[in-house]
Design a protein around this ligand. Structure first.
Ligand SMILES: [Zn+2]
Length: 184
């Protein structure tokens, strides 16, 4: 572990990084299942309420993003569809769907790691959370362990591209072998 706590780091920063590391560990569960590695955890008063990771492909469910799975689990655990005074930590900036769900859930605070420059709906592409027309405002802390979270995602996509290339190469070789066999 490289991270030395410096005196300038506040308790809040330390807590945020602690839970973000937990969310990153959850993201590796998604990756093991062949999913895009995104992990999320919901915390209240320093205690974990729920945790989850992306499972859209495995569950054939476009709504099975890490955040939605966490909100559902938390609602069941707290027997309440409002998740007041909670903080959601997620490794990637939430999308439109998840941002909407966070507002419905009335979570107290959102902390995310990497920005999503393609579909991010907090600040990057669709800045939904800052809109004053919402009847619930969610304070946001962006960029906690951003580099590590974004590295986790880009390493996954690089590996996946490489696997696809290898599969294409195998296919190409197989068809060459077939051609060679046919010409005998
Ligand atoms: Zn989402």
């Amino acid at each position: 572990m490289q991270s030395q706590i410096t005196p300038s780091q506040t308790m809040q920063q330390q807590e945020d990084e602690h839970w973000m590391r937990h969310a990153m560990a959850l993201a590796t569960q998604a990756e093991r299942a062949g999913e895009v590695p995104v992990g999320a955890v919901l915390v209240r008063a320093g205690q974990m309420v729920a945790e989850g990771w992306n499972l859209s492909l495995c569950e054939h469910d476009p709504t099975a993003h890490a955040e939605i799975r966490v909100l559902r689990q938390a609602g069941q655990r707290l027997s309440n569809y409002r998740l007041l005074d909670t903080t959601l930590y997620v490794t990637l900036e939430p999308c439109i769907m998840c941002t909407g769900a966070l507002i419905h859930a009335r979570i107290g605070r959102l902390v995310y790691g990497a920005s999503d420059l393609k579909t991010g709906a907090v600040q990057s592409v669709f800045p939904l959370l800052g809109d004053a027309r919402h009847n619930h405002q969610i304070p946001v802390t962006a960029g906690v362990l951003a580099q590590e979270c974004s590295q986790q995602l880009s390493a996954f996509f690089a590996r996946r591209r490489q696997e696809k290339r290898a599969a294409r190469e195998l296919l190409r070789q197989a068809s060459q072998d077939e051609t060679a066999a046919g010409s005998r």
